[in-house]
Design a binder for this molecule. Sequence first.
Ligand code: AMP
Length: 114
Amino acid sequence: MPETIFSKIIRKEIPAKIVYEDDLSLAFHDLNAQAPIHVLVIPKRQIDSLEHASEEDAKLLGHLQIVLQKVARILNVHESGYRVVMNCGRDGGQSVGHLHYHLLGGRTLVWPPG
Ligand code: AMP
């Protein structure tokens, strides 16, 4: 599938406020923050969406969740709490075709989401 703006962020061709990086993943602040803390955690290898992930990606997906935990600690929302969201496909509200987790925190979040 065609690459997205996230590939350019991974290659540092366009700027992003990076919070955490390792060989497999990158975490950076969302440009259009929906909460005081809003960070995206993405795999460096493009998977278009959760619907495109396979059993072979299970370890990578697990790694991304541990990265979310690290990001929450780096940004000091690990005790107050936070929400992890992954939008998938049209009805899920996914706008960028490169799988990503949203980490939202820094305020009390309502439920259910819109
Ligand atoms: P989604 O709608 O779940 O696909 O989320 C995509 C997210 O990427 C949105 O929250 C956008 O605000 C965010 N986004 C798009 N372009 C950039 C960018 N260049 N830097 C940071 N965040 C971005």
